[in-house]
Ligand binder design. Sequence first.
Ligand code: G6P
Length: 618
Amino acid sequence: MCGIVGYTGPVGGTGALDVVLEGLRRMEYRGYDSAGIVIEADGVLSVDKRAGKLANLEKALTDEPLPLGVTGIGHTRWATHGGPTDANAHPHLSADGRLALVHNGIIENFATLKAELVADGVQFSSETDTEVAAHLVGRAYEDLGDLTEAMRAVCNRLEGAFTLLAVHAGEPGVVVGARRNSPLVVGRGEGANFLGSDVAAFIEYTRQAIELGQDQVVTITKDDVAVIGFDGAPAQTTEYHVDWDASAAEKGGYPNFMMKEIEEQPRAVADTLLGRTDAEGHLVLDELRISESVLRSVDKIVVIACGTSSYAAQVAKYAIEHWCRVPTEVELASEFRYRDPVVNEKTLVVGISQSGETMDTLMAVRHAREQGAKVIAICNTHGSTIPRESDAVIYTHAGPEVAVASTKAFLAQITACYLLGLYLAQLRGNKYEDEVRELLRRLAEVPDQIQQVLDSIEPVRQLGREMANAKVVLFLGRHVGYPVALEGALKLKELAYIHAEGFAAGELKHGPIALIEEGLPVFVVVPSPRGRDSLHGKVVSNIQEIRARGARTIVIAEEGDDDVVPFADTIIRVPQTPTLLAPLVTTVPLQVFACELAMAKGLDVDQPRNLAKSVTVE
Ligand code: G6P
């Protein structure tokens, strides 16, 4: 979603343009559809902003360079109010042109505020909610003569979610930011300071970061960082060292971030398992700061998430119910609070989010806590809003995920769900210690098994290239294979813009089988024959049924499963894993298939059309 960069550096320097553009490049992964920049040089603001990719803005800046200055703000916008046009791109200016402002989020009361301004004769040059804030802060500055105070005064009038950054011609060398329900971090450098939607914006220049709290205003100059609350009182902040390095956010020789991130999955799973057992091999989750007695008294678990994370939630349901015998529901975060769910002090809510900023999930988490439930976040992004607002967090250690569509974070989320399930089972006495230890041992073997899948993936790539012209592809699965089928279909929609559907294999005969026609490709995720025998047999029957109707069957089956051979046009083999852990290996070929097919179609797999990495609106 929108990316924000702010910078102010040494007097006499000229670097703001380069630093801000570099920051915007590093923000590209968040997804956007226009970009803009303002440079302040000797108290004069110069703005350029363009619809489309950053390259459009960069070309415009080459054709007509901005004056060189030491202070600047950049923004990549993902359209909400008004389409992705040059006029709607940020920054927006105040009526006197002396203030420039960028914004991430949605100002919910913008219509009322706009009506007031229009009645007062203010003319608007965009359809955005943001321009309201630009006019308001500009006017407040006229009254107060101080950008920090002007920002604070206006923030107290705004409702909704916003990160705002502003520069004013009257305050050279100063950038002021503010946040509510939307992320903003400070990068502290030597003789230069930075602001960013996340640390990627400035990681090339400094690893020292400051986390801003809710409802805070920050003012940076080249030597100073000052933070106050919206109430004007000085605020406490926490400084920390960022241990992600810049190269972790680069492609490292792969054609795109997605392929790199798919290849990083053995590491992502292994790192997520790291440090979770004590010297005796007992499972310990230090980040779980909810008392054991509360966790023992839980009588219902609700797992909430969006997109790919919601399929990790579905896998969690099978594992947690089987291991812990606690009724577990899965709900799309965007639906959760609107159906008035039955949630109370005995409910444990698990919110899964790679970014930790997804607004639908954040709102669901807040609703759950208001109802008295305890909330555990499973999240990949340290210091992001969802873990901060939860009672506890289990961080996945997948590292930065740059490609918009999720891959390695998904596997890491599933891993974290298993850890949570086993921990609860151990704590509540549903599993003996040796049983938990044995499952952990099997889990520890999975990174190597994912590597085996990746090492023999070439036929899947070939298949992806061959099927570049497919119009429709179906995915079937049962038990934990069902969410894998859903994720396989989602990847193909997101990356290759192909109509794809995932179905529970047993449900096919109740309707979707009507879709089967000669040559239609159907992927089938087959459960282990060593699991529930009847389930395996039934899926093999499902394969026969669709093949008899002309489908081209592409079967993902365990090594040694010979029952599928007569009915599979193509077999993709995966190593044997315990039934519940299978999604960690069966998902991988589906990710590679979608990615390769999209690449064969010449599509941008890292930034698919219309999608954003971090969706910070409801
Ligand atoms: C967006 C992304 C998806 C992601 C979903 C949930 O829609 O495009 O890839 O699965 O958000 O994101 P989260 O960060 O909450 O896991």
